[in-house]
Ligand binder design. Structure first.
Ligand code: NAI
Ligand code: OAA
Length: 267
């Protein structure tokens, strides 16, 4: 059985725990919550048969097989870097955090010192395997468009780009590099960052973000061109009820990745 520590227990975390509840090969022993939210998280987990222990930091003597981050950008600095130093393998969904200058290098150095590894999860997007394979032959361009319902852009700079409550048609709220998108929209541009890291990099991946008042889906579309040919993918994800910014596929992506670590055959 694999012993797992989960960082963050919001929409993704609860979804993952629900799917893992009856898995005999995966056990989430600890959930690390942000300071002050422990009681709320315990309440969220009250209906679980065997709820994980809720803490605000990994105990010094804990030695999970895997740590999975489902929390947000700040959690990388706070929990992932120290865990890597301790030799704990980490899986990350907040891939956009890696747009911060120098963070990739610091994660690599921490993993090297801990003799362990970091896995960036595809989350809400697919095709990362094909894109990173295409990169080997050389890529010329990668263009990504993220289209979400207007409400998914609440509390983001999208509010300054347009009036999210009254737009009557799909409105472009951002165009620029994946690095800038990840900085400005940390909770909405993890896919942009993931595509960049797999493909042409944060500065050469072109991103368009759209608020669509008529959509109830999170639509991720990208087109890549290179020596391999041309590749286009459109993924129409259903948002999670608990958080309209997040697609349900992100939960399944975490469960898949954890299962791949536990099972004899990974796919
Ligand atoms: N790679 C991808 O495709 C996607 C990645 N994400 C990332 O996943 C993150 C979580 O998404 P949701 O579960 O929907 O968000 P959420 O807001 O529902 O839940 C996040 C939870 O993590 C907790 N948290 C925040 N910072 C923390 C810290 N430093 N330590 C411990 N707990 C902390 C919060 O209190 C909250 O309970 C997003 O912020 C985003 O960065 C989200 C969607 C897709
Ligand atoms: O869940 C999604 O649809 C993707 C997302 O929020 C992101 O790219 O950060």
């Amino acid at each position: 059985m694999l012993h797992i520590t989960m960082i963050g227990c919001g929409a993704i975390g609860v979804g993952v725990l629900e799917l893992l509840e009856n898995d005999p090969q995966l056990c989430v022993d600890y959930v690390i919550a942000s300071r002050g939210s422990e009681a709320l998280v315990r309440q969220r987990l009250a209906s679980f048969k065997q709820p994980p222990q809720v803490l605000t930091a990994l105990p010094a003597d804990a030695r999970p097989d895997l740590l999975v981050e489902c929390a947000g950008h700040r959690a990388i600095e706070e929990h992932v870097l120290p865990a890597l130093e301790r030799g704990i393998a980490c899986l990350i969904v907040s891939v956009g955090a890696l747009s911060e200058v120098g963070l990739v290098e610091r994660l690599e150095a921490a993993a090297e010192r801990g003799k362990t590894r970091i896995e960036l999860l595809p989350g809400a997007i697919g095709g990362i395997d094909a894109l990173s394979a295409a990169k080997v032959g050389g890529l010329d361009s990668v263009n990504y468009t993220g289209r979400k319902p207007a409400r998914a852009w609440k509390n983001t700079p999208g509010e300054q780009a347009c009036d999210l409550d009254s737009i009557s048609e799909a409105t472009v709220i951002f165009q620029g590099s994946a690095r800038e998108a990840a900085r400005l929209y940390p909770k909405n541009a993890n896919v942009a960052a993931t595509l960049s890291l797999a493909g042409l990099g944060l500065d050469r991946t072109h991103v368009t973000l759209i608020a669509d008042p008529h959509s109830d889906e999170n639509v991720h579309h990208f087109e890549a061109r290179g020596a391999f040919g041309r590749f286009e993918l459109s993924l129409r994800g259903k948002p999670l009820l608990a958080n309209p910014k997040t697609s349900a596929l992100t939960v399944y992506s975490v469960v898949r990745a954890l299962g791949n670590h536990a099972h004899a055959i990974s796919i």
